[in-house]
Design a protein around this ligand. Sequence first.
Ligand SMILES: *Cc1c(COP(=O)(O)O)cnc(C)c1O
Length: 429
Amino acid sequence: MQISRSKDLFAKAQNSIPGGVNSPVRAFRAVGGDPLFINKANGPYLFDEDGNQFIELINSWGPMILGHNHPQIREAILKAVETGTSFGAPTAREIEIAELIVSMVPSVEKVRMVNSGTEATMSAIRLARGFTGRDKFIKFEGNYHGHGDSFLIAAGSGAVTMGQPDSPGVTRGTAKDTLLAPHNDLEAVKKLVEANPNEVAAIILEPVAGNMGCILPKEGFLQGLRDLCDKEGIVLIFDEVMTGFRLAKGGAQEHFGVTPDITTMGKIIGGGMPVGAYGGKKEIMDFVSPAGPVYQAGTLSGNPIAMAAGMAMLTYLNENPSVYSTLEASGNRLLKGFQATQEKLGLNYTMTHLGSMFSLFFTDKEVYDFESAKTSDTGLFGRYFQAMLHRGIYLPPSQYESWFLSTALTEEHIDQIIDANEESLREVL
Ligand SMILES: *Cc1c(COP(=O)(O)O)cnc(C)c1O
């Protein structure tokens, strides 16, 4: 595979951009080698600057659930551009998307649009604190909630990959209000709450974790948190930036039948444009300014182009429930194929999967939290990643990121991935 243009661009990028990238994981540091510079994307394919074509399993880290350059979303964006790109004033389109989100996501009665998942989670925590009058909150090890200061404590995603779970610049004053529990450990959460009586404003989690690889909730874990929060007057926040509109049109809360008080959203919600949102019960959301005292604002929030893209995406998902059965079928086909390969090669690596989320962990241990995820052989993952890339499969460049399927993948594409997996495993083991 020829990647000389990407190599040149990456070298040039170092001069004007820190590390050559605008988000750390893109630099491929966890897997070695130079990152590919992408020139265009269409359907299930990415094309790099050297003209190589790849089957996509990142899909912009989630948003492109329908594949790239989907005609309905492209048309909606082009149409919106003709009437101006930003007004800084309310538009009818914002009511439409708010009403659609409320109709799709079970626990959301009112919703505020922001510009990223990071903004959504930062705002949700401020709101939970303002609403309860309490300062502390509980998060889970290996969960990633964007790069807000109070979340960069044992965080997943790039923070794991870069080996800086506690970033310099986050003050001890901030960190002391973030309480940590092992993922999937309800007893540990109960102990934390007991040890901090009437001090815990919120519990925030990824209902299906995706930022330490894909990790499913244990039976009863989500409901146990719900019950505990009800008993203790704690605000339960599902960070559905990744799972929202992905695991079902109403996200993980619809899939598992457990409803949080506040939901944070992002990624898919913008159809590829920079959008986030947080929503929940009316009584809580009415604490947000200007209805209530908790301040939160945004010059470009509810941006008309972004709203048009998001509206087109959500409308499509709302009107085509077959999206979710298609993704489930693709996920099952991938899992079965990988299982057959492992049997053939006498391997026992752990795989996790729900709908269109998938992880292959290079460990034979069960993976249910951050510690067990870290038993993976990340060096082996790096070699496997490169072997897959050379066979035209573009995986997330880290063991600790979920793979994302899109509806643009046909059975043939899935079979190509399965074949590449077998060849790659044979090469690297
Ligand atoms: C990606 C992600 C975020 C951060 O969203 P950004 O748009 O990157 O700021 C927050 N929470 C979860 C669960 C995510 O996957």
